[in-house]
Ligand binder design. Structure first.
Ligand code: FMN
Length: 186
């Protein structure tokens, strides 16, 4: 089983990383992390090349990332919430997945699920309604575009004060999500 993690945090050792590490610890198979803050991926320019051709006109590191998505059994998005959504560098990378959305235009979108998806989100503020909604909407739609079955989302709120160590139920949720991913790929 191959898992590709899109890591959207600026801090290398923050709460998002702690959640990713715990997930990985309980996942079967190989894991590769794409670090959105450290990948020189250019923004989508809506050139509409992908409306005609199944590929992206911008020849940068994203070309390799498309291949990795194709080979992945699981795609995980892990991000802090910045101003009610995922972080900018991760969003830049996600915009480059327009090539998958454009399958609707090209009329070559594959039928059914081709992989599984999962989300890990962190918010510094104390828990409030819709704290994670912005990220959730973006990522659920990405899963739809990349034909990924959404296996679930784990959130950590109040990370200005709390961590997964002070919130054992969040740890349990992450472990349960990893097990669900393992099972779903058997
Ligand atoms: C620019 C910026 C915007 C933020 N916006 C929000 C927000 O809208 N909601 C929230 O709950 N936390 C917000 N936070 C807090 C982060 O989600 C929090 O610090 C989180 O722990 C960062 O993840 P990390 O620990 O992996 O670095 C924001 C932080 C920054 C730096």
């Amino acid at each position: 089983m191959k898992t590709l993690v899109f890591f959207g945090a600026a801090r290398r050792k923050g709460h998002t990383k702690a959640m990713v590490d715990l997930l990985i610890e309980h996942l079967d198979g190989e894991v590769e992390i794409i670090d959105a803050y450290r990948e020189p991926v250019k923004p989508c320019i809506d050139c509409r090349y992908c409306w005609r051709v199944n590929g992206c006109s911008i020849k940068d590191d994203m070309q390799d990332i498309y291949k990795k998505i194709e080979e992945a059994d699981n795609v995980v998005f892990a991000s802090p919430i910045y101003f009610h959504s995922i972080t900018g560098p991760l969003k830049t990378m996600i915009d480059r997945l327009q090539v998958y959305w454009a399958a609707h235009v090209r009329k070559d979108k594959p039928e059914g699920f081709q992989r599984k998806g999962a989300m890990l989100l962190v918010g510094g503020a104390p828990d409030f309604e819709d704290q994670f909604l912005g990220g959730d909407i973006v990522l659920r739609n990405v899963f739809n575009d990349i034909n990924a079955e959404n296996l679930g989302m784990v959130t950590l709120a109040n990370s200005d004060v709390d961590s997964i160590d002070s919130r054992p139920e969040v740890k349990e949720e992450i472990i349960a999500l990893a097990k669900k991913m393992n099972e779903a790929n058997k």
